[in-house]
Ligand binder design. Structure first.
Ligand code: ATP
Ligand code: MG
Length: 259
């Protein structure tokens, strides 16, 4: 099986990308897959402490989003967007890094930053799956649905869009309500069902929820990963994501269908 690249994306800060990526990577690790977790940084991003990378029992790296190409000032906005969309330098560097760390057939989970160039067409086309985390409040659901729609819309003209999922983060007591609300919002955003299936639940996967004690433990770099319940939930989460990824696993071709 070739390298599977799982992209965790979203355009607003604090949406749950880092924890979702870590929990997914741990789930693959538990399935005895060679797994690498990569946190994407960008020039000028604050270098935060990484309590997850410090405790997670699998390789974790940082990889920077390259600086944008310097383009002539009189270039049209459309052409500039096309060039930035075709910028595949991050994916090339990611593939090299992953091959060196885990070989050519493992799972890579990428915690994309929320920079507008993070999830460009050249990055998306090499993804096996894209996850957009969604937290429980109305505002956060609204943001996540916007990110989700944007990612799907950017693939509108591709023959084989990369499966894009909403990764729902909520305590068990709030899951049903969150799913119902999220499904309603997806229907409202896409009344013609261009992107969203008739049953929106098909694009929702459940992220294991960490309680306050686990979040605090992580923050002070105390490992939480041996908890059997978390084990099982991460395994189920990774299996659900892999089902979608494997269903659409294609080798990207060189045709410029996303330019
Ligand atoms: N699986 C989860 N269980 C419980 N709470 C979560 C979970 N995922 C995210 N959260 C909550 O959301 C907050 C933000 O999560 P996280 O740091 O993963 O988001 P992010 O999108 O990576 O943020 P940033 O923009 O700072 O990179 C966490 O501090 C936590 O309170
Ligand atoms: Mg983060």
């Amino acid at each position: 099986m070739p390298l599977r690249v799982h992209l965790v994306a979203g355009f607003n800060g604090g949406s749950g990308r880092t924890l979702t990526a870590a929990l997914l990577a741990y789930g693959f690790h538990l399935q005895a897959r060679r797994t690498l977790l990569v946190r994407q940084t960008y020039a000028g991003s604050v270098s935060a402490i990484d309590p997850i990378g410090a405790t997670l029992p699998l390789p974790c790296c940082e990889l920077s989003l390259p600086k944008p190409y310097e383009l002539p000032a009189d270039l049209t906005a459309g052409l500039a967007t096309t060039i930035h969309d075709a910028d595949g330098r991050f994916m090339t560097a990611l593939t090299d890094l992953a091959t060196a760390e885990i070989g050519a057939d493992g799972d890579v989970v990428v915690d994309l930053c929320c920079h507008e160039r993070a999830c460009n067409a050249a990055t998306i086309r090499y993804g096996a799956v894209i996850l957009v985390p969604v937290r429980a409040s109305v505002l956060e659901i609204d943001w996540a649905v916007r990110s989700f729609s944007h990612i799907l819309d950017s693939q509108r003209y591709r023959d084989t869009p990369v499966p894009t999922l909403l990764a729902a983060i909520a305590p068990d007591s709030e899951r049903a309500g969150q799913t119902a609300f999220l499904s309603g919002m997806l229907r409202d955003f896409d009344p013609e069902r261009e992107f969203v299936p008739d049953e929106p639940r098909e694009v929702i996967v459940e992220v294991p929820f960490l309680d306050g004690a686990s979040l605090t433990a992580l923050l002070i770099e105390r490992p939480i990963w041996q908890d059997p319940t978390l084990f099982e939930r991460c395994r189920i989460f990774a299996a659900a994501v892999a089902l979608h990824a494997d269903a659409c696993m294609t080798v990207p071709t060189e045709d410029a269908d996303d330019l």
